[in-house]
Design a binder for this molecule. Sequence first.
Ligand code: BLA
Length: 255
Amino acid sequence: MIALDDKTRLEMLSFEAPRIRLLRSLSIEGEGMQVLDFAAFPKQEFDLPIFCGNFFTAANTNIVVLDLNPLHDVSSRRGYKERYYDSLMPLGLKCTELLPWGGKLTSESIKFFSPIVIWTKFSSSKSKHEVLYSAFMEYYKTWMELMEQAVEDTDPSQIRCNREAQHRYLTWRAEKDPGHGVLKRLIGEKLAKDLLRNFLFSGIDELGSKTFLDYFPEYRSEDGTINERRSIIGKFFETRPWDAKGEFVGNDLRK
Ligand code: BLA
């Protein structure tokens, strides 16, 4: 797709595999802007994390999120953390030392992130890009290995739980992802919405019927519409809120 400015190129690719519901990428090459939004969603029989690589580069800034986003809450479901993250802490620590915490992150986003999340910002530098590329490859390989070893859930209530968790995640990102503004500017509001719902976060209409406000009622404004702000709770994390063992130790700050 070519953007409204007649210059910026958007490229979309998506795949499906026996264990993978959707693996897709969006890359954007524009004048002074480069974006990669890469994600992989397991089928609902698997409770595996969602692979999430989001890289935004403009003139002199890079905004990066790279993670295996947990499908289920890592603090309240100990078994989930132990199964997927405990053995990945050394990889997470190695990478986050080189790509340090990017500053203020809302408590809304934190809930979708894992103890090994790489959340970083930096001004352009070739060496950082090389480090980031290696981290991306390592995280992706790790996710693929988890996928190969994954055991299918057969209990219908667990499958329902996986499906709803993935639907909630899609609903959040299709509504509140920070890239929306850029997409709207590039291709217009209507196409951006279509791209979000039918490509980037496809599954939102099939995996469940709850709405954004069902999942996140705190965003309901007085007239019943969705509050446009990205963060409503008003808490943020200025430093990495997990310790070396992946335990949540964050002291959130009020804005
Ligand atoms: C900024 N992108 C951000 C920020 C985060 C993310 C945490 C910091 C600002 C903020 O928290 O609002 C990414 N946040 C995520 C992800 C999740 C989340 C991945 O909660 C998952 C649950 N970024 C993209 C794409 C574009 C993009 C496709 O992935 C553009 C097309 C741009 N991201 C982008 C821009 C900013 C940003 C422009 C700065 C926007 C701002 O600060 O308002």
